[in-house]
Design a protein around this ligand. Structure first.
Ligand code: ZN
Length: 312
């Protein structure tokens, strides 16, 4: 038996933040309530960034207040600073994930500060979050390549992790924000980080910009990663990287791992139903193989009876 993986669904944050049409708060709440019984370990509900920076998520607090929570799921939010943490505390967020970029150039675009300047408040955030029983995770965006600076030297990841370690944060999400990663690079970076920081829990947040995300996920699994982010329908992007494609789709990730005999705990049929809904609501944003070809198991259904696009 292979060890199972845990999936964090990020479409309500990574997906909704780049959808241009206005999504009513009530629709977001309905969407999140549907996600509650799919089997996700975590759900990234929203982010507490400045509303002018990401106007699509300005209702983050209302959404958090109104959703029905499943107690088996960790409901998390992305935050850039102490102000974000205070908003998260107000609405009882389970976990905050700190925004951080591996390179100064991406960090300047994303957080208006260089990487280590952006980390300056992390210690205070960590302490205040713990006082309020909120878990804290760190992140390293553009871990496998930066659109402005190109390849990211491993010394950079090591230095950032040293600072996380000093503060006491050891749950770190490595993000391939630009989709520039490849399986060998993923293995190399993770192996080195795990060697230096064996007590850390690393997870992967993969974008499928160049079709490498699933291969990168398998590479990560092979070097011990058991926690992955994904987005139903593959919706997502980066407001500061106009060409960044969506996350690996949850249906592709779940289908691929389950086919290999690795349990994800996620109900694929439910995920496909929600992906189909996304396809209708946000047609130009959905991009996944399973939504095009269907899962393998459908091939045993008589032709003509196979589920088609648009069926609910
Ligand atoms: Zn992302």
């Amino acid at each position: 038996m292979y060890e199972k993986i845990n999936i964090a669904e990020v479409s309500p944050r990574d997906g909704f933040q780049i959808i241009k049409q206005d999504i009513p708060t009530a629709d977001k709440i309905h969407y999140l309530n549907q996600l509650a019984d799919c089997g996700f370990a975590e759900i990234e509900v929203s982010s507490f960034v400045h509303p002018t920076a990401v106007p699509q998520l300005k209702d983050a607090q209302d959404v958090f207040r109104e959703i029905k929570r499943n107690k088996n799921i960790v409901y998390r939010a992305l935050i850039p600073n102490l102000r974000g943490l205070n908003r998260a505390i107000d609405v009882g967020v389970d976990k905050v994930k700190l925004m951080l970029s591996a390179t100064d150039s991406h960090s300047l675009h994303n957080a208006n500060a260089k990487t280590f300047d952006a980390m300056r408040d992390f210690e205070a955030i960590f302490e205040k979050a713990l006082e309020n029983n909120i878990k804290v995770g760190g992140s390293i965006a553009v871990s496998f390549g930066c659109a402005y600076e190109g390849p990211v030297p491993i010394e950079r990841h090591l230095k950032i992790c040293e600072e996380y370690n000093r503060i006491g944060i050891n749950d770190i999400s490595l993000a391939d924000t630009t989709g520039m990663g490849n399986p060998y690079l993923v293995k190399e970076v993770i192996s080195k980080l795990k060697e230096e920081f064996p007590h850390f829990k690393f997870s992967l947040h993969l974008h499928n910009t160049r079709g490498m995300a699933f291969a990168n996920a398998v590479a990560g699994y092979e070097v011990g990663i058991r926690d992955f982010d994904s987005s139903i329908g593959g919706i997502g992007g980066c407001p500061y990287l106009p060409l960044a494609a969506g996350n690996i789709s949850t249906e592709d990730l779940v289908h691929g791992f389950e086919e290999m005999g690795i349990s994800t705990g996620v109900d694929l049929d439910k995920v496909i139903r929600i992906a189909r809904q996304n396809e209708m609501d946000y047609p130009s944003y959905v991009n996944s193989f399973i939504m095009k070809a269907g899962p393998n198991k459908d091939l045993s259904i008589a032709p003509g009876k196979q589920i088609k696009k648009g069926d609910l």
